[in-house]
Design a protein around this ligand. Structure first.
Ligand code: 13P
Length: 287
């Protein structure tokens, strides 16, 4: 199928109270693992690229892999640019064929975040590209965005309502207590904020910082309005561990395709687990 934007998949997820997994890919092998996991579970899927990954491979290589995999796939697939502060890169991805983008102007003062996010919506909407925007500061490291614990703050429901009514994002990422990277202790999720923000904005929410959250946390956040769940660090670990573990078990064998195959299986296994947990496969069957 041709690539889709996030409109339909997130509308169905919100209505069906499940979430679509959004997985940060690293290369062709991890992209293929995400698509195969979606196919094996009959689920819609969001392939995400960090800005670093988009720059590392270049937009034309990435769009070629993703289109080639999507065109022969029966499941809905969106290609989304994760956390991007740079309007030029956003424009470049839109022109290359990404179907969705995230503007992350959350480090700026509220009015500037609002104006920049609105500008991206105005650039994207006529081309049917969906837009995710962020409010608050999510702790941790994602790409070149570093937020220290003392600088993190949750999104305010009042501001979130104004932000969403003026920006009109297709997907909204409020900071609600999750963190990018590996959790150091028990995360303190502000469920009341998720509930209030979902009710006051009516916009499908993106849950960032998915790696390391418990099944119960995912289920509760999804039931409160998180229709997109982001997973990145898990794939970074599987990418390296899958590779290294195979070689450790077969340390006299120098057959790269076997190592790449083992890495693929390790990635796919973890992605399938998450898709099943988020309920996307069930939703797709019902939808
Ligand atoms: P993790 O790296 O914690 O999985 O977070 C992913 C994310 O939110 C990407 O935007």
């Amino acid at each position: 199928m041709p690539l889709e934007n996030m409109t339909d998949m997130l509308a169905k997820a919100s209505a069906g109270k499940y979430a679509v997994g959004a997985f940060n890919i690293l290369d062709y092998n991890s992209t293929k693992a995400v698509v195969t996991a979606a196919e094996e579970t009959s689920s819609p899927i969001i392939i995400q690229t960090s800005t670093k990954t988009a720059i590392f491979w270049g937009t034309s290589a990435i769009i070629a892999w993703v289109r080639e995999l999507a065109e022969s796939s029966p499941v809905p697939i969106a290609l989304h640019l994760d956390h991007c502060k740079d309007l030029d890169l956003i424009r470049q991805c839109i022109e290359a064929g990404w179907t969705s983008v995230m503007i992350d102007a959350s480090a700026r003062p509220f009015e500037e975040n609002l104006a920049l996010s609105r500008q991206v919506v105005e650039m994207a909407r006529p081309r049917r590209i969906t837009v995710e925007a962020e409010l608050g500061a999510i702790v941790g490291v994602e790409d070149d965005i570093h937020v220290k614990e003392q600088d993190a703050h949750l999104a305010d429901p009042e501001q979130a309502a104004r932000f969403c009514s003026e920006v009109e994002p297709d997907c909204f990422a409020p900071a609600v207590g999750t963190a990018h990277g590996v959790y150091k202790g028990e995360p303190k999720i502000a469920y009341d904020r998720i509930d209030q923000i979902a009710a006051r904005t009516g916009v499908p929410l993106a849950l960032h910082g998915g790696t390391g959250l418990s099944d119960e946390v995912f289920k509760k956040c999804i039931s409160l309005g998180c229709a997109k769940v982001n997973i990145s660090t898990q794939l970074k670990y599987a990418f390296i561990d899958g590779f290294v573990a195979y070689h450790a078990r077969n340390n006299t064998e120098y057959d790269p395709l076997k190592v790449i195959g083992a890495q693929f299986e390790e990635l796919k296994r973890g992605i399938i687990e998450k898709i099943k947990l988020f309920g996307g496969c069930q939703g797709e069957q019902e939808g």
